[in-house]
Design a protein around this ligand. Structure first.
Ligand code: PLP
Length: 416
């Protein structure tokens, strides 16, 4: 059974001061999970998790992760500015962008971030920088299908990211000619997988490729970046990934592939987003309307503009009605928002306890790719974000938008 990290009683207190809807984050959970990840990779002295800022771009969250020893992975100028405002700099920052404007590269370079090139043509941009960085990382796309235990996880051949295998060799040689002294290798080949084999299999692929590149070009490989993709159990019957087994699997591949080839001081990097934050956030909303037609609808004061994943990917998000955690789920509802879009449904045909107007509804696992994918369709406004501190207190870490925020980019009144 899945229970929220916040009790019904705590929630009733919180809503006295902070109106719904809001995203709530669990500081204790975030810290505990980050420590566990760092421990699972402690065998690698250079290991660093670069949190994917796009998953939860809130400075307070980034600060907590920084305190736990994490860096950041940014993809745009704005994400770089956000991370810079928190105090990240230099090699605590990975810049894993694609289709990158030169301005963004130049800013990342200025901060001393590790540049993770997505394409061989990015090398032309490097030549325009004031200096050539000592360390450059390249993103690899092996093409074809990517399978784990005979299951196709994703189709890199259809993905827009990364260098082909041949381009890696050419690219490394060109970068060496330009004066790059140390190299990284990155790949992201499966998304939201709870299969503990993912990182070890990916690591082996990258380690073998790194050894080949080292032999072909003489390049010194100092960083292997396993990127994001480790998933979380969104559904009640799913099991979380065994992160200790993941760390151990990568260690074995390291010992079997890198060490015998004499590549022994390679740092492992990760750019996890979902795994770091997903379970440690929830969207709290109030049931404001009921409707009985061909189906039984519960209307919330939140909508897909606050959490896009169900509408966009038909993603499952578990729902708990606060205070009714142990009631029988003897009603079947579509739980919906108020957008003029029929995909604005948090749950379809979901067995739940009887819901009354005014009930607080907790939508689980919204800590990553939740608030951050929000938008303003139908003039819906972005919600607040709150942090449930380890001591039980609550901190407003982003206020809710008001209509004035929506109007701020417009020229009004209209000049005639
Ligand atoms: C989105 C993204 C991540 C994070 O992905 P998760 O699925 O949240 O772990 C990491 N690296 C890159 C380059 C990404 O685009």
């Amino acid at each position: 059974m899945k229970r929220p990290f916040v009790s019904a009683e705590q929630l009733r207190h919180i809503v006295e001061e902070h109106p719904t809807p809001f995203h709530l984050y669990d500081e204790a959970g975030i810290r505990k999970n980050a420590r566990r990840l760092n421990k699972a990779f402690a065998w690698n002295p250079g290991f660093r998790e670069y949190f994917a800022v796009k998953a939860t771009p809130n400075p307070r969250i980034l600060q907590i992760l920084q305190e736990e020893g994490c860096g950041v992975d940014c993809a745009t100028l704005t994400e770089l500015l956000l991370a810079e405002a928190v105090g990240f700099s230099g090699r605590e920052m990975m810049f894993s962008s694609n289709m990158t404007p030169f301005q963004d590269f130049a800013y990342a370079y200025g901060l001393g971030a590790i540049l993770n090139l997505d394409d061989i043509s990015d090398i032309d941009y490097l030549e325009r920088l004031p200096n050539i960085p000592e360390l450059v990382c390249c993103r690899y796309n092996p093409g074809g299908d990517f399978s784990l235990s005979n299951e196709i996880m994703d189709t890199p051949g259809e993905a827009k990211y990364g260098f082909t295998r041949e381009q890696l060799t050419t690219g490394y040689r060109r970068l060496m000619d330009l004066g790059v002294r140390k190299f990284g290798l990155h790949a992201f080949l499966a998304s939201n997988t709870t299969n503990s084999e993912y990182y070890p299999v990916l690591a082996r692929l990258l380690f073998e490729t790194a050894v080949e590149l080292h032999k072909e070009t003489g390049a010194e490989i100092s960083l292997i970046n396993l990127s994001g993709g480790i998933g979380i159990p969104y559904r009640p019957h799913e099991q979380p990934v065994d992160i200790e087994a993941v760390g151990e699997g990568v260690r074995q591949a390291y010992a079997e592939v890198l060490a015998p080839a004499g590549l022994e001081n390679v740092a492992i990097a990760a750019e996890l987003g979902r795994y770091m934050l997903g379970p440690y956030g929830c969207l709290v909303a109030t049931a404001i309307r009921q409707k009985e037609t061909y189906k039984h609808y519960i209307g919330l004061d939140a909508c897909a503009a606050n959490l896009m994943r169900p509408a966009m990917y038909r993603a499952y998000h578990h729902i708990t009605v606060a205070g009714k955690e142990d009631w029988p789920c003897d009603h079947v509802y579509d739980v919906v928002g108020g957008l003029c879009e029929n995909n604005d449904k948090f749950a379809i045909d979901r067995p739940l306890p009887r819901i009354e107007l005014g009930d607080l509804v907790v939508i689980h696992d919204t800590g990553a790719h939740g608030f951050s994918m929000g938008y303003n369709y139908n003039g819906k406004l972005r919600s607040a974000e709150l942090l449930l501190r380890a001591d039980g207190s609550v901190e407003l870490i982003r206020r809710a938008e008001t209509p004035a925020d929506y109007f701020a980019t417009l020229e009004l009144p209209i000049r005639k």
